[in-house]
Design a protein around this ligand. Structure first.
Ligand code: OAD
Length: 254
């Protein structure tokens, strides 16, 4: 399907991006929707009758680690058959061709690893990654790939209970990654917001921080969101179609 998106809007967005010395991107679940990864606030938003907030909290893990691990094992299993889509690839191309030498930062709220899989290099994962575990006793972080884990996986170093290396509701973001995201936001000239409802903080606060720092804001989303009123240009449609159009326009303008 080709989206009848106004060519003039794509041109205007391409001009803002090509005029930028530094580009920062904030992505959310919507960019992975066309790969088959469900978004958080779509459909009924429930998993086995639980709201995401009920299985993604430190409290839920203390109460019932097996339930929380069933949820995360299901999400890990879903990833084994999932590939990056043209939206992820377009961002990787943009970094490689238009913004080499560290002038591009991709800040993602996603935990699916699809930006890395598409070849993006400077990726800041604000909310962690489904492939990793962290020991709740000794804090050791380990990449477990996507093999199924037990319902109460144990740390081989200290015998503590492993948890997903994911930021849960009520927890702080990893400080170093957050600091890098804040710097990239404050120093970019254009800020591209893709596939996020922009309601979860502190990530969503980066959009107004970029605006205040003087960056042009470009939004790509199926619908209007909380970010739309900050956007200089809003491109409404699937990111798997809009981002490749934008990347092609940028290449042809070079
Ligand atoms: P949401 O599920 O809140 O929002 C997904 C957004 O993607 C919506 O605005 C959709 O309109 C848009 N969308 C869906 N399909 C799209 C497509 N094909 N192309 C473009 N846009 C599309 O997801 P996030 O904003 O990422 O946090 O949610 C933020 C955080 O809330 C997540 O990182 C997660 C969740 O709780 C944690 O787990 C800590």
């Amino acid at each position: 399907m080709n989206v009848p998106i106004d060519d003039r809007l794509i041109d205007a967005a391409a001009r803002l991006i090509s005029g930028a010395k530094k580009l920062a991107v904030l992505s959310g679940a919507g960019i992975s929707a066309e790969s088959g990864v469900p978004t958080f606030r779509g459909s009924d938003g429930l998993w086995e009758g639980h709201r995401i907030e009920e299985v993604a909290t430190p409290h839920a893990f203390r109460q019932d680690p097996a339930l929380v691990w069933r949820f995360y094992n299901q999400r890990r299993a879903n990833l084994t058959t999932i590939q990056p889509n043209p939206g992820h690839h377009a961002l990787a191309d943009l970094e490689r061709r238009q913004f080499p030498d560290g002038r591009f930062t991709l800040i993602t709220q996603n935990v699916d690893g699809l930006h890395h899989a598409a070849g993006s290099e400077r990726v800041l994962e604000l909310h962690g990654n489904l492939r990793r575990t962290r020991c709740s006793r000794c804090e050791l972080v380990a990449d477990q790939g996507l093999v199924p884990l037990e319902e109460r996986p144990i740390c081989l170093e200290c015998g503590g209970l492993l948890r997903p290396d994911i930021v849960w509701f009520g927890e702080m973001l990893p400080p170093t990654i957050w600091e890098q995201a804040a710097i990239a936001t404050a120093t970019c000239d254009a800020f591209l917001v893709v596939g996020t409802s922009a309601v979860v903080y502190p990530a969503a606060g980066l959009i107004s921080a970029a605006k205040q720092a003087g960056a042009a804001i470009i939004e790509v989303n199926l619908t209007e969101t909380e970010a739309s009123e900050l956007a200089d240009i809003a491109l409404h449609g699937p990111s798997g179609e809009i981002l490749p159009q934008l990347a092609r326009r940028l290449q042809s303008s070079n």
